[in-house]
Design a protein around this ligand. Structure first.
Ligand SMILES: [Cu+2]
Length: 501
C-alpha cells in the first residue's frame, strides 16, 4: 500500500485543516466565523476561487489495499466558515481509496467518535454524533454483505475497532468506476455524513472500456453539503467553496463527480461547458452522451469527459427547483468556476469523443434481456405527524426481513412515492436498470445504484420503476434498500432484503 500526496497537498490541508473537538446541534452544525464579501467572481460566501485541489489517495498494491481509518470529531474550515465536524483521519475529504477488480480492501476501522469529549472546552458542547456507533459501507459495490464484508448490520461502538475485509470480484458485474464509502449505522447516518464522514472509492479500469480516457488528467469532484446553525448552507467541492477548475481550450479532462453529502437533492448546470458522460454510478454507458444539466441526489455519481471551451470563465451553478411542495425553491448558488485558456476549435474533438464506443460486453444488456421473475411494489409515505418515514407503512427494523429474493432471479420493483417531496431508491450490493418514471418509459443507457423518486402531486403519486438483477452469487445474504436522503433513512425509510441461494 502506498499513500500518495498530490502536488497541491499543502493547499488541501489549508482548506480542510483540522483541530480537535466537535459541536453539532440537532440536525445542524454550529458555526463560527463570519462570511465576508470579496470582489470578482463570488460564490455562496464571497470567496475568490482558488484552484481545485485533489483529495489524497491510497492505492492497492499486490491485490491488497490495507488501510486504517479512524472516525473522530474535528474542526472543519470551508471558505470563510468553520464548524465542528466528524472526520475520517482528520479530513473533511478523506483519502480516495483506489483498487482494481480482484483486489481486497482491508480497512481497520476505529470509532473514536467519543474522543472529542474531553477536548472540547473551547469549542462548546460536544456534537450530537459523538458517542454514537458507526461503521463502514462501500456504496455501490457488488461485494459480499456478510461477516466482515460490506455488512451494515455491524455497529462499531465508540472506542471499538473493526477490521473490514471486502473482496472485489472480477466477475464483470462490479463496475470499473466511481463509488464511495460512508457510515451506515441506522439512526446516526445523517448526523455523521453531515459532519464530514464520507469519501471516494475508485475501482480503476474505466480507461480499458473507453481507451480515450487513457492518460487524461483526472479531476475528482466530491460534493458535500452542510447546514450551519445560523441557517446558512455550504455546498463544497473537495472541501472548497466555488473552486476554480482550470482547463485549456480543446483539452480533454476526465471529470469524476460524486454527491457524497447527506440529504440534499441538487440540480445544476454547466454554462457553456457540456460534459460527455461515460458512466453513471460506476457503470459505463455504451457511448459518451453530451449533457449540460444534471439532477443528482445524495449518493449519485457521474464519470464524464470535459472538453475545454473557448477561453473565458464559466459558471457551474445550481438551478432552483421545487423539492418539498410546501417550501419555495432555493436560490441558485455557484458551485464552481471553470476557467479556460488558449484557443482551439472543439468541433473535431467533440466528434472524436462521441464516436467512442464501449469495449467488451456490458452487464446492462443481460439485465435488459432477463425475464422478470417477480414484481414488487414499495410505497413510500410518512406517518400522520410526518416525523416517521415509512416503506409499506412500516419503519425499518433491522431484525426483520422485508423481502426475500432467490439468487439468479431478476425482478421489477415499482417505488410509489405518496409524499410531496423527492425521495430516492438505493439498494446495496447490486446496480439496477431504471425503466420508467411517472409512467413514462425510459431507455437508460447506464446502470444505477441510486435514483431519485419524483414527489407526489395532489393528483397522483410519484413513481419509479426499476429492474434489479439478483444474479451475482457474491450478494447472497441480508442487506438493505432505502431512501438515500439519509435523514429520511434514519427516520425509518429503509427495508431489509435477503438474497438466498
Ligand atoms: Cu427520502
Amino acid at each position: 500500500m502506498r499513500v500518495f500526496s498530490t502536488p497541491d497537498r499543502r493547499s488541501f490541508i489549508r482548506a480542510a485543516s483540522i483541530v480537535v473537538g466537535g459541536t453539532i446541534g440537532a440536525g445542524k452544525l454550529l458555526a463560527t466565523g463570519a462570511s465576508k464579501q470579496a470582489t470578482g467572481v463570488r460564490s455562496q460566501f464571497g470567496n475568490m476561487p482558488e484552484p481545485l485541489i485533489q483529495p489524497t489517495e491510497v492505492r492497492s498494491t499486490n491485490g491488497l489495499l490495507d488501510f486504517a481509518m479512524t472516525a473522530a470529531p474535528g474542526q472543519v474550515h470551508l471558505g470563510k466558515r468553520k464548524f465542528n465536524g466528524l472526520l475520517y483521519n482528520g479530513a473533511y475529504v478523506p483519502p480516495t481509496l483506489r483498487a482494481r477488480l480482484g483486489d481486497t480492501l482491508q480497512i481497520t476501522f476505529r470509532n473514536n467518535l467519543e474522543s472529542g469529549l474531553d477536548r472540547t472546552e473551547s469549542l462548546g458542547p460536544i456534537c450530537a454524533g459523538a458517542g454514537t456507533p458507526s461503521n463502514l459501507h462501500f456504496h455501490g459495490m457488488s461485494v459480499s454483505p456478510q461477516a466482515n464484508g460490506d455488512n451494515v448490520f455491524v455497529h462499531v461502538q465508540p472506542g471499538e475497532t473493526f477490521r473490514y475485509q471486502v473482496h472485489i470480484p472480477t466477475s464483470g458485474r462490479q463496475g470499473r468506476g466511481l463509488f464511495w464509502y460512508h457510515p451506515h449505522a441506522h439512526g446516526f447516518v445523517n448526523q455523521q455524513i453531515l459532519g464530514g464522514l464520507s469519501g471516494a472509492l475508485v475501482v480503476d479500469g474505466m480507461d480499458e472500456i473507453f481507451p480515450l480516457l487513457r492518460g487524461l488528467p483526472e479531476r475528482i469532484m466530491l460534493i458535500k453539503q452542510v447546514q450551519l446553525d445560523d441557517g446558512s448552507e455550504i455546498i463544497s467541492i473537495n472541501s472548497q467553496v466555488n473552486p476554480l477548475i482550470e482547463i485549456r481550450a480543446g483539452e480533454l479532462q476526465f471529470w469524476r463527480i460524486a454527491h457524497i453529502g447527506a440529504s440534499k437533492f441538487l440540480r445544476f448546470q454547466l454554462d457553456g461547458v457540456p460534459l460527455f458522460v461515460v458512466g453513471t454510478d460506476g457503470h459505463a454507458l455504451s457511448q459518451p452522451r453530451k449533457m449540460a444539466e444534471f439532477f443528482i441526489g445524495p449518493g449519485e455519481r457521474i464519470d464524464a469527459i470535459a472538453i475545454g471551451p473557448a477561453s473565458g470563465n464559466y459558471a457551474v451553478r445550481t438551478i432552483p427547483f421545487q423539492n418539498e411542495a410546501w417550501r419555495s425553491p432555493e436560490p441558485s448558488v455557484q458551485l464552481a468556476t471553470i476557467s479556460s485558456s488558449g484557443s482551439s476549435s472543439n468541433v473535431a474533438i467533440e466528434d472524436e469523443v462521441v464516436r467512442q464506443r464501449v469495449m467488451g460486453p456490458r452487464w446492462i444488456d443481460d439485465v435488459r434481456a432477463a425475464p422478470i421473475a417477480r414484481r414488487r411494489t414499495l410505497t413510500y409515505s410518512r406517518n400522520p405527524d410526518r416525523k416517521i418515514f415509512l416503506i409499506d407503512d412500516r419503519a425499518v427494523n433491522e431484525a426483520r426481513t422485508d423481502q426475500t429474493v432467490k439468487l439468479g432471479e431478476t425482478e421489477e420493483w415499482t417505488v410509489v412515492n405518496m409524499d410531496q417531496q423527492y425521495h430516492s431508491f438505493h439498494i446495496h450490493q447490486t446496480a439496477f436498470l431504471v425503466t420508467e418514471i411517472n409512467e413514462v418509459s425510459l431507455s437508460d443507457d447506464g446502470l444505477r445504484d441510486t435514483y431519485s423518486v419524483p414527489p407526489a402531486t395532489d393528483q397522483r403519486p410519484g413513481v419509479l420503476k426499476v429492474v434489479i438483477p439478483f444474479t451475482d452469487p457474491v450478494i447472497v445474504g441480508r442487506f438493505v434498500y432505502h431512501c438515500h436522503a439519509v435523514d429520511h433513512e434514519d427516520k425509518g425509510m429503509m427495508g431489509v432484503i435477503e438474497v438466498v441461494a
